[in-house]
Design a protein around this ligand. Sequence first.
Ligand SMILES: Cc1cc2nc3c(=O)[nH]c(=O)nc-3n(C[C@H](O)[C@H](O)[C@H](O)COP(=O)(O)O)c2cc1C
Length: 183
Amino acid sequence: MDIINNILILTGSPHKHGTSSLLADEFEHGAVRSGNSVKRFDTAFLNINCCMGCGACRNNSNFCTKKDDFDDIKNFLLNADVVVFVTPIYYFSMSAQLKMTIDRFHSISKELQKNPKKSLLIMTAASPDKSVANALILHYKTMIKYLGWEDVGILLAKDSPTREKIEQSNYPFQARKLGEILA
Ligand SMILES: Cc1cc2nc3c(=O)[nH]c(=O)nc-3n(C[C@H](O)[C@H](O)[C@H](O)COP(=O)(O)O)c2cc1C
């Protein structure tokens, strides 16, 4: 079977078996079943440094002074057709682990803007109020507009504080379906 899309999943939770990791698993299963190639990085478990804003990447085209696990992500990021961000909501935004990784996009922003991509945002939150995700959705939409990417799906699993709770919900099914339709 021909590969349909190269999909990159970036997760942000420090919980290996938490709520957002379950949705990432389900999305991945759905996407693989539809013939996509999927690479996933659980950023909370990687050695990824903060961007220090040193400007070296601007002076030395794309050369980031940090040598860490972002180098691996970078290769998949540049070649991905679809990028999926999966995060628990932390103080009405994404987790710091995922944000640190996204800040490192800075060194390759121009390349990313030259390669149109599709993008999705999958979030989990304890709050039952859907407005909990408003700030993050606006952030995500602003970011992908800057990158010239196209949003193809947003899933908010609200009222999902624990693994037990989310397992009883319809959200894992919805995440799998999001993966399956990327064909
Ligand atoms: C530091 C921190 C901040 C959080 N902030 C919010 C928040 O602003 N709104 C909310 O609904 N839940 C918040 N939560 C709850 C998590 O989003 C929720 O428990 C989520 O399911 C955790 O996902 P995980 O199991 O994938 O880590 C917060 C949790 C932590 C640890």
